[in-house]
Design a protein around this ligand. Structure first.
Ligand SMILES: Cc1ncc(COP(=O)(O)O)c(C=O)c1O
Length: 410
């Protein structure tokens, strides 16, 4: 397989348009009612009563938790054994303890029996994540949360625009949030949106948000600068330049609870408003690429594709597949790294070494481990073309054949 070494796929790639950047600069200087306009658009699109704009998805989750904790003494939170490290970082930041729940067989869905058993008088809420924008069985979690009287939080950071049973992910539970970070299909460079239909929760979040300082000029400048850098350098032939720009990091997220909680800068609000108009189009394009991967990979017996819940459509921030062993996965990633493709998370949540992060009742997530060590997540972003998909699939197949030959000889 010939690889063009001058061409490297960025780990995440959203194509920001020149007119969006120009409008953001213009709007930052001249616009006044930007926040109200974005509020109207979000409420209308997602059909929600309340929304709030903050500086990241992790801030959104931390603020949600702080507001739920205000009048509630329960201090445990249920989350999945494998997801983005920002989720435990926000939980730690809010001062809650984590109770991890394992996946059911080779999927990202909670093992429902374990989930039911884990709920106890200390449980404040359960978080449902839509991993890589995949649909999940949200109805049964919602019902369980209602009957057991705990809050139901939807982490739709990776699933903005996903519909499950005709409702938008993030807007089904008591409260939800989206991320508009640099790696997301619709980005404001830094940003998070909290959505809820619950008046009491909205009032409490409003109180938490009121005390946050207004973003500085430098924070706004950062948004504009990064949007400009991304516009110019997120391109498979120029991406290497961004490796030298210290304030732009794309790709793997690490656990860090010491993040800044703040409001969404004005420039980010304006950019978000522009990009939101393209949400459906961007999601549609990602789905087409995911279907292309699926067509090429789902017939291969050594590969298991993960498609989400039943017939519901998924969005595919990345396309997840499971291979036979962790050794095979590492070898595939090693070969894919020549095209610029790397893994997303370094391990499961229980690998985080942080005192007092977990509840004492926590138990190991064996299936989540099994998924994590066999998982490949393949890029579906704007800069991935048909030839890239063919090359990625060939590399995977060649590596599998190599392993089969080697095992045959032993
Ligand atoms: C599942 C999930 N939750 C939360 C977050 C946090 O969002 P942000 O990076 O905007 O803080 C992310 C970020 O990628 C995520 O993937």
């Amino acid at each position: 397989m010939q690889i063009n070494l001058l061409r490297k796929l960025p780990p995440a790639g959203v194509r920001i348009r020149w007119q969006e950047i120009i409008y953001t600069i213009f709007g930052y200087i001249f616009l006044q009612n930007h926040k109200q306009k974005l509020t109207n658009d979000v409420k209308k699109y997602f059909n929600v009563k309340y929304c709030f704009f903050v500086n990241s998805g992790r801030s959104a989750l931390a603020l949600i938790l702080l507001s739920l904790m205000k009048k509630d003494k329960r201090r445990e939170l249920i989350m999945p054994g494998y997801t983005c490290f920002s989720v435990p970082a926000s939980i730690k930041r809010a001062g809650l303890k984590i109770r991890l729940i394992d996946f059911s067989n080779d999927s990202f869905e909670y093992n429902f029996k374990l989930l039911e058993k884990a709920i106890n008088p200390e449980t404040l809420a359960v978080i449902l994540v839509y991993p890589f924008g995949l649909s999940v069985n949200v109805t049964r979690i919602k019902r369980l949360a209602e009957t057991r009287n705990i809050y139901f939080i939807e982490d739709a950071a990776q699933a903005m625009g996903l519909k499950v049973n005709n409702q938008y992910a993030g807007c089904i539970g008591d409260v939800g949030f989206f991320s508009l970070g640099k790696g997301k299909p619709v980005t404001s460079i830094k940003g998070g949106i909290i959505v809820t239909n619950n008046e009491t929760i909205a009032e409490n979040i409003d109180r938490e948000i009121e005390i946050l300082k207004r973003p500085s000029f430098l924070e706004n400048l950062y948004i504009i600068m990064v949007a400009l850098f991304m516009k110019i350098f997120i391109n498979p032939y120029l991406y290497w330049v961004l490796d030298f720009v210290w304030f732009i990091k794309l790709g793997e997220t690490v656990y860090n609870p010491r993040f800044k909680i703040g409001l969404m800068p004005k420039a980010a609000v304006i950019l978000a408003k522009m990009m939101l108009k393209r949400l459906d189009e961007v999601n549609r394009e990602r789905t087409i690429k995911a279907n292309n991967f699926s067509k090429r990979l789902s017939q291969i017996s050594e590969i298991k594709t993960i498609q989400g819940y039943k017939s519901q459509d998924s969005l595919f921030l990345r396309f997840p597949v499971l291979v036979g062993s962790s050794e095979l996965r590492l070898e595939i990633y090693k070969r894919l790294s020549k095209m610029g493709i790397s893994m997303m998370y370094s391990g499961t949540i229980e690998t985080i070494n942080e005192p007092d992060l977990f509840s004492e009742k926590n138990f190991p997530c064996l299936r989540a481990n099994k998924v994590a060590e066999r998982l490949l997540t393949l890029p579906t972003h704007d800069y991935v073309n048909d030839d890239d998909i063919k090359s990625i699939v060939s590399i995977i197949l060649e590596t599998i054949s190599g392993f089969k030959r080697r095992d045959g000889q032993n």
